[in-house]
Design a protein around this ligand. Structure first.
Ligand code: SAM
Length: 355
């Protein structure tokens, strides 16, 4: 038994833990949590999972194009801040900063926010030249955010927040718990989550319907949304519309060594635990905070809408063969059906300049 499992066992001796409590301990226990370790989980061999940045810089380059449009729409402010909560290794910021040029590059300041120690160490290396030039900086999750104009950007942040599965059995709601004998479903009152799931259930609830409820989503969205005085909130993650998630049924996943399964209670603290993001709710929370034009699409569609692909493909023809192939592979991964570009979605919402 590992140390975090011992700790969870001590908790279970006094009674069950909700899944979201177990997930919070497993991922974020200050010393033992999966996202509080000195070594990061990202990459290929010997790691647990890879992200869009492990396969190339195309996402960051497309963001550079998209965020320059936002800067223009904001009437070219002298300082355009991009805050990235859950920034991990800072690779998205690095790719973004490497891709911008001209007056937009002078205005852009990238802010990394992630208290994960492994993330911080890796980001210090990835962002080194930009930190030295004052074009990138770090803020801690504990620091209150200062108001800024620009963008809030995140990749795979919301799927990593503690989440609670709920399931409708035909007559009542069941909540998933961790007991000393293993996982169990027990009747409970879902409160706000129940009202939300019911509103998402087209044609009413059926046995087996349910979804994961992320309690931490609303306060985090509120904090980020209020700091952004004007600009774009952009989130990349996996998930779906609320109605499809409820019809699919509640589900938490664990990733370890590039395999994925539903055995979230095994090897706690040593696997990534993750849940689909309810994009309908994310958009709804942003609308409450005064954002307009909230919409989400597949990453594939978002890339094809914003990247000047024919121009880039012409430039790639000039590259050495290996680089050309890498660029094409990166593009295919992010756009072909069945690959990353279809599994991930991008949500954008716009906060206009104050009148
Ligand atoms: C799945 S990882 C994604 C990291 C990175 N964005 C990437 O794509 O490689 C989620 C990260 O979110 C961080 N995180 C979780 N809650 C956070 C919060 N409230 N503010 C900032 N970072 C947070 C975790 O520490 C972890 O590093």
């Amino acid at each position: 038994m590992n140390r975090i499992e011992e700790l969870i066992h001590e908790h279970l001796a006094t009674g069950p833990l909700s899944v979201s409590e177990a997930m919070a301990l497993a991922l974020y226990h200050p010393e033992l949590g999966y996202y509080r370790r000195s070594e990061g989980p990202w990459g290929f061999e010997g790691k647990d999972y890879y992200t869009a940045m492990d396969i190339g810089s195309l996402l960051g380059e497309t963001l550079a194009v998209r965020l320059e449009e936002v800067w223009v729409r904001l009437e070219r402010p002298a300082v355009f801040t991009v805050l990235e909560p859950g920034a991990g290794r800072g690779w998205l910021g690095r790719d973004l900063l490497a891709a911008v040029s001209g007056a937009f590059a002078k205005a852009l300041v990238y802010v990394h926010r992630d208290d994960n120690p492994a993330a911080r160490t890796a980001a210090e290396a990835a962002l080194a030249p930009y930190l030295a030039e004052g074009r990138a900086r770090f803020v801690s999750e504990q620091e209150p955010l200062l108001a800024f104009a620009g963008a809030v950007l995140s990749n795979e942040l919301f799927d990593a927040l503690p989440a609670q599965p709920w399931r409708w059995n035909g007559t009542q709601w069941l909540r998933e718990l961790l007991t000393s004998a293993g996982p169990d479903w027990v009747a409970g009152d879902p409160g706000e989550a129940g009202a939300w799931f019911l509103a998402q259930a087209e044609g009413g609830l059926h046995p087996g319907d349910g979804a994961v409820w992320c309690e931490a989503m609303a306060p985090l969205v509120r904090e980020l949304a209020r700091a952004l005085t004007a600009g774009l909130f952009l989130t990349v993650d996996y998930g779906d519309n609320g109605c499809r998630l409820v019809a699919k049924g509640a589900e938490l996943r664990r990733y370890r060594a590039h395999s994925v399964d539903g055995a979230w209670w095994e090897d706690l603290g040593h696997c990534d635990l993750t849940a689909d993001v309810d994009f309908t709710r994310l958009a709804h929370l942003l609308e409450i905070e005064g954002f307009h034009e909230a919409a989400h699409h597949s990453l594939s569609r978002w890339i094809r809408s914003h990247a000047p692909l024919s121009e880039w493909e012409a430039q790639w023809q000039e590259l050495p063969a290996k680089d050309r192939v890498d660029r094409m592979e990166n593009l295919l991964q992010l756009t072909l059906p069945g690959m990353m570009g279809e599994r991930f979605r991008v949500l954008e919402a716009w906060k206009p300049l104050p009148l």
